[in-house]
Design a protein around this ligand. Structure first.
Ligand code: PXL
Length: 277
C-alpha cells in the first residue's frame, strides 16, 4: 500500500473552506500523511468577508524548516497554494529545492487570482515573485487569470485553444514543465481541464455549474495531488479532481447562505470511490 508523506504550504483561513482547511481533510481522505506549513492565519479568506484579521507567519518559516532539517525530515511530495508575501515565496523556493526526497513531486498552485483580477492584497511584485515558483514546479496548476498574470498576457473571458497554447508556451519559457490549466471553457455550459505534458495535450470537459465558487481551486488542487500520489496518471488525477470539484459545487448550489465556499465534505465518499479505495 502506498503511504506518502506530503507537505502542503498555504494559509489557514479559519472560516471559508479554502487552503489548509480544504487540503488537510482531502489529502488525509486520499490516504496521505499530511504535513503542513501554514503561511498565515486569517480569520476568514479574503474573498468577500470584510475586516478580516491576519497573522502573517513568514518570519516563523525558517525556524520551523530548520527544525525539520535537524530531524532529517523529507517529503514525498510538496504542494503549495496561497502564500502570504513575496519573502515567503523565496523561502518556499528553498523548501521545494531542499526538503523533498529523491522522487519528490512538486506541485505549485499559483493561487493568487481569478475572474480577471488578483486576490485582495496582491500586486505585480507578488506576481513576479510567483513566476520563480513556476520554474521549480513539476506540475503547475493555474487558472486562465493566473496564467495571464504570470505571462503578462491580456486576460480574455472567452478564448480559443490557440490562446491557451500561447499561455502554455509563455509559461514553458518561464520554466514550467507540466501544466494543468483549470476552468478552460470553450462552450457556454461546459468547462474543463487542459493538460500539457511531455509535448502532448489532453482535455477533459465537464459541466460548468457556476461562474465561480470560493476555494474550488484549492479543492481541485488538493484532490489532484491526492489522486496523483495514489498512482493515477496526470490525466486521470485531473479528471478525478474535476469530478470531485463539480460534485462539491453541485452539492452547494441552492444554498445562498453558503456563498463563501463549497461543501466539499459531502463529495469525499465519491472521491474515495473514484480512487478505487
Ligand atoms: O485559494 C483561495 C484563497 C486562499 N486563501 C486565502 C484567500 C483565498 C481566495 O480568496 O483569500 C486567504
Amino acid at each position: 500500500m502506498s503511504y506518502k508523506k506530503v507537505l502542503t504550504i498555504q494559509d489557514i483561513s479559519c472560516i471559508g473552506q479554502c487552503s489548509l482547511t480544504v487540503a488537510m481533510p482531502i489529502l488525509s481522505a486520499c490516504g496521505m500523511e499530511t504535513c503542513i506549513l501554514p503561511s498565515a492565519v486569517l480569520s476568514t479568506h479574503t474573498g468577500g468577508f470584510k475586516g478580516y484579521h491576519v497573522r502573517d507567519l513568514t518570519d516563523d518559516i525558517p525556524a520551523i524548516v530548520n527544525h525539520w532539517r535537524s530531524e532529517g525530515i523529507k517529503f514525498d511530495a510538496i504542494y503549495t497554494g496561497y502564500l502570504g508575501s513575496t519573502k515567503q515565496i523565496d523561502y518556499v523556493k528553498d523548501i521545494l529545492n531542499t526538503m523533498g526526497n529523491e522522487s519528490c513531486i512538486k506541485i505549485v498552485d499559483p493561487a493568487m487570482a481569478d475572474n480577471g483580477s488578483l486576490y485582495y492584497g496582491f500586486d505585480n511584485e507578488y506576481v513576479n515573485a510567483m513566476k520563480v515558483l513556476c520554474k521549480e514546479a513539476d506540475i503547475l496548476l493555474p487558472n486562465v487569470t493566473e496564467a495571464s498574470f504570470l505571462t503578462g498576457t491580456e486576460y480574455r473571458e472567452t478564448y480559443d485553444e490557440a490562446y491557451v497554447d500561447e499561455l502554455f508556451n509563455k509559461l514553458a519559457e518561464l520554466g514550467a514543465k507540466t501544466v494543468v490549466f483549470t476552468g478552460i471553457s470553450f462552450k457556454e455550459d461546459k468547462t474543463g481541464v487542459l493538460i500539457y505534458e511531455n509535448g502532448e495535450k489532453s482535455y477533459y470537459e465537464h459541466d460548468k455549474i457556476s461562474k465561480g465558487c470560493h476555494g474550488t481551486g484549492d479543492i481541485y488542487a488538493s484532490a489532484f495531488t491526492g489522486a496523483l500520489l495514489n498512482g493515477k496518471s496526470i490525466f486521470d488525477a485531473a479528471k478525478i479532481a474535476a469530478d470531485f470539484t463539480v460534485l462539491a459545487i453541485k452539492n452547494t448550489q441552492g444554498d445562498p447562505s453558503h456563498w463563501y465556499g463549497a461543501k466539499f465534505e459531502t463529495a469525499i465518499p465519491s472521491l474515495i470511490r473514484d480512487l478505487g479505495k
